[in-house]
Design a protein around this ligand. Structure first.
Ligand SMILES: Nc1ncnc2c1ncn2[C@@H]1O[C@H](COP(=O)(O)OP(=O)(O)OP(=O)(O)O)[C@@H](O)[C@H]1O
Ligand SMILES: [Mg+2]
Length: 245
């Protein structure tokens, strides 16, 4: 589904992502872990087109998408969420998801129909699937933090992605919110046959849901493998897991 080869990016001479390769199979759940500043978000931004790589290649489902615009990559089936949320805080929960559906499929819409009615059933169905149906009328900015991240997932799902990249989906959440979000992600991935690539600092989450783990350290890929292999890797324990698992 994703074949990343030798991805490279430097900022004014500082190498943030150094020749990183990674393969993600269809329906696989892959975690990218590593200490703060390891290059995880930069790596994701290179994959989704939000940053242009200096070198390397990104293949999505057999198609070269290296360096093309984020909205085009999105249209080809790659969704994402951000480390900090990316919702419209003054719109309602309903309007946030509706706007995302319109942005993705709104072409050729009937301008005579009332905005509110557009994609109403689909919006409600999507909200139900992410557990936010009862909050449809709530202004997004006042939602609990965990619910805002859930809403962001809903916005990402509106483009009907095959692959979803999630940058710290549980960052800033309480233990309870983390638990609910992970259960939700597992359920949605299963229902939709999604391929997931995510970064996460919570090692309990990582070791519970990842089929494969890649470890970044100072921009380089330090290790990659099944969770148990990575947990046992001496280099990984030394630079990262020592304090985490
Ligand atoms: N636009 C930029 N300009 C200059 N340096 C940058 C830029 N973006 C990231 N960096 C640097 O690149 C390195 C990797 O940053 P990145 O945000 O990818 O790390 P990360 O692994 O996501 O960290 P965290 O776990 O804290 O989210 C850091 O040293 C960061 O300061
Ligand atoms: Mg980051």
């Amino acid at each position: 589904m994703l074949e990343i080869t030798g991805l490279h990016k430097s900022f004014a001479g500082f190498v943030a992502v150094n020749e990183v390769s990674l393969t993600v199979a269809e329906r696989q759940i892959v975690a990218v872990i590593g200490p703060n500043g390891a290059g995880k978000s930069t790596f994701f931004n290179l994959i989704t087109g939000h940053l242009r790589p200096d070198g390397g290649r990104v293949m999505l489902n057999g198609r070269d998408v290296t360096g093309i615009a984020p909205h085009r990559i999105c249209a080809l089936g790659m969704g994402r969420s951000f480390q900090l949320t990316n919702i419209f805080p003054r719109l309602t929960v309903f309007e946030n998801v509706q706007a995302a559906l319109l942005a993705h499929r709104g072409k050729g819409r009937d301008f005579l129909s009332r905005a509110e009615a557009m994609f109403r059933d689909e919006t409600m169905a999507l909200l139900a699937s992410i557990g936010l149906a009862s909050q449809a009328g709530t202004v997004a900015g006042v939602l609990a933090y965990g619910n805002q991240k859930q809403l962001e997932l809903g916005i990402a799902l509106a483009s009907d992605p095959k692959v979803l990249l999630l940058d710290e989906p549980t960052a800033g959440m309480s233990a309870n919110e983390t638990h609910e979000t992970i259960a939700l992600l597992e359920r949605i991935a299963e229902q939709r046959g999604l391929t997931l690539l995510f970064t996460e600092h919570d090692m309990e989450v990582v070791f519970r849901i990842a089929h494969k783990i890649a470890v970044l350290y100072q921009g380089r890929k330090l290790a990659e493998g099944a969770p148990e292999e990575v947990r046992a890797n001496a280099d990984v324990r030394r630079v990262y897991l020592g304090g985490h698992a």
